[in-house]
Design a protein around this ligand. Structure first.
Ligand code: FES
Length: 162
């Protein structure tokens, strides 16, 4: 084996390593994009009407349904969510997320007791959404609310379970 063979062999080996490294870098681009894209993506949010203002009675808490902020064409029923609306006065509304702040189970309003009850681990919330008993450590999450053209609207977005 002469020195020319060795240098050609070395050159080809380095070229192969270079191609392999470039191929690996190219193949990793989609994987890195998939892993890090959620960090730079803003969370979807949208205002949704939940009913005419006059349909809510002062002092009552009622359930409403709405479409989530970013429904996909194939989402079906999973694109729907619920909330509890309490009309406090002529102009004041409080809209609670239906999800318990412990692990996200849907809470139920018990009008006779004026409490929200969570069926999963016995979480209890007052009519203002504060924790009354059980494992939840945070009050019920509230949606932002506005009245537009006589409709009560809530801001829908992924709400934290804390
Ligand atoms: S999910 Fe509600 S108490 Fe655990």
């Amino acid at each position: 084996m002469n020195t020319e063979d060795i240098s050609r062999r070395r050159f080809l080996a380095r070229l192969s390593i270079g191609f392999a490294a470039a191929s690996a870098a190219l193949a990793s681009v989609p994987v890195i994009g998939f892993l890090f894209a959620p960090l730079f993506k803003s969370l979807p949010e949208a205002w949704r009407s939940v009913g005419r203002v006059e349909s809510f009675e002062i002092g009552k808490t009622v359930s409403v349904q709405f479409q989530t902020a970013d429904p996909l064409p194939w989402s079906g029923i999973t694109a729907k969510n619920s909330a509890w609306v309490r009309r406090v006065s002529e102009a004041e509304f409080i809209v609670f997320s239906i999800h318990c702040t412990h692990l996200g189970c849907p809470v139920t309003w018990i009008p006779e007791a004026e409490l929200f009850m969570c069926p999963c681990h016995g979480g209890v919330f007052t009519r203002d959404g504060n924790v009354a008993a059980g494992p939840p450590r945070h009050p019920l999450t509230r949606h932002q609310v506005r009245v537009l053209n006589g409709n009560l609207e809530i801001l829908t977005k992924p709400l934290p379970i804390v």
